[in-house]
Design a protein around this ligand. Structure first.
Ligand code: SF4
Length: 437
């Protein structure tokens, strides 16, 4: 079925971000050609779930479930000291525990011989309670990509994907169990939101990955690669919309970058992505942590994006782009625009031109576009754009002066790529057989 976009629509003018040119509102003019195939989410029968007011169903609030136990990584250094004192222990134990956890990646009391044997088990149980139980691990042949399936204390399932590249090791982390943003192309979105993850549950994914790397469990290292053997880059592109779990995600980011009392990672290596929660993007710009910011745009026109990214019903393309530009102004960090290329859905040449126009209308040198061929959801007719179409999309953006790089789809073979992190029936069975702790 073909479904032609209307020839013309307009988007509302938005407030001008500091430093942007005066006119950032670009009229969405589409070619009058009739030969362009246009599929839409509803083409394959997908129905947008709606709330009682008729708007697309979005879950921002986490359903109430038992909270995970409080862990050292949920607390600031001062709060750790206070908690230890409440337990009748000296505050300097905080530093010892931090070293075991963030440097040696262990929560095993037997390995902590610098702590007095008497009461050690209780101390560790109180400060470093178990958070993630490994249910499954899937690896590629070379062993340079590993997907973990974790069970949380309440049985909720989340995943993370570890990938070695030349000179860096990236971990794609989950920030929520499930997701409430309801994007039709995303396996996680179809399952809805189970609950927000705690800061420590986010951090524990990194610590466990680091422990595995330190034990030599991640393959693919070249003899010429002299980079440190631990996770160097984090992308919040696993399960969940990170900015819908803002406070916990930010606590986790603070622990990641804390050189004295945390993981000591570089903020630049941390990518926080969002489908466009505009107020939270503004908040992120005001934090004094220059993480890399990525906007998952996937369509430059509201007409399609309203369907493809349901949160667009709240914050439109121009608002999201203005917020992204404001992030650049506040931090000096170049913004990434993520764009899943979906065959006949959003991969049209005119959309590449419109995207370039909208980005250029907000100035030069502030943005980079990462198109990524879609990883099809099992059972879906949605699929990646054809290679010549991908190349033409990239060429048009680059020719318009927008730096654009086609991203690879590492993890595809183990369903570990963006939009594919969702527990399968097999996972559920395996999880049921795995005791927590
Ligand atoms: S694409 Fe991202 S925001 Fe959308 S449903 Fe999936 S995980 Fe959530």
């Amino acid at each position: 079925m073909t479904d032609q976009p209307p020839v013309r629509s307009t988007t509302p003018r938005q407030a001008r971000p500091a430093g942007a040119p005066a006119d950032t509102a670009v009229r969405e003019t589409r070619p009058k050609d009739t030969g362009v195939r246009q599929v839409r989410p509803k083409t394959e029968g997908w129905q947008q779930a709606k709330d009682e007011t008729g708007r697309p169903l979005l879950q921002f609030a986490s359903p109430k479930r038992g909270k995970p136990p409080v862990h050292l990584a949920d607390l600031t250094h001062d709060e750790r000291i206070t908690k230890l004192k409440e337990l009748g222990l000296p505050g300097f134990r905080a530093k010892q525990l931090e070293k075991h956890y963030f440097t040696h990646y262990t929560s095993d009391p037997a390995a902590m011989t610098d702590l007095p044997a008497s009461g050690r088990e209780e101390l560790v149980a109180g400060m470093l309670p178990p958070l993630l139980t490994e249910v499954r691990r899937l690896e590629t042949d070379r062993g340079d990509t590993i997907k973990f399936l974790w069970k949380l204390h309440d049985g909720a399932l989340v995943e993370s994907v570890l990938m070695r590249y030349p000179g860096r090791i990236t971990l794609c982390v989950s920030s929520q169990a499930g997701c409430g943003m309801n994007c039709p192309f995303c396996a996680t979105g179809q399952a809805g939101l189970t609950r927000n993850m705690s800061a420590a549950e986010i951090i524990e994914q990194i610590v466990r990955a680091n422990a595995l790397i330190a034990a030599g469990g991640l393959g693919g290292k070249k003899s010429t690669d002299h980079s440190l053997d631990r996770v160097s880059n984090i992308v919040f592109m696993g399960m969940g919309e990170p900015l819908a779990n803002y406070n916990r995600v930010m606590q986790a980011v603070r622990v990641m970058v804390d050189k004295e009392h945390g993981l000591g990672m570089s903020a630049r290596g941390i990518t926080v992505s969002t489908v466009g929660l505009v107020p939270a993007i503004k908040k992120l710009a005001d934090e004094d942590i220059p993480v890399t910011f990525a906007l998952s745009l996937h369509a430059p026109d509201d007409h399609l994006r309203d369907e493809l990214i349901p949160v667009n019903s709240k914050w439109k393309v121009d608002e999201a782009l203005d917020a992204a530009r404001a992030y650049f102004d506040a931090t000096g960090r170049r913004v990434s625009i993520e764009y899943a290329l979906i065959k006949d859905m959003n991969d049209h040449a005119w959309r590449a031109d419109l995207l370039a126009e909208k980005l250029n209308a907000r100035g030069r040198g502030w943005v980079h576009v990462n198109p990524i061929p879609l990883n099809p959801t099992p059972g879906s007719i949605w699929t990646a754009s054809e290679v010549p179409v991908q190349n033409e999309f990239v060429r048009r953006l680059n020719d318009a002066g927008i730096p654009t790089t086609l991203r690879d789809t590492r993890g595809k073979e183990i369903d570990g790529a963006c939009g594919q992190l969702v527990a399968t029936e097999d996972d559920e069975v395996a999880a049921a057989a795995t005791p927590v702790g």
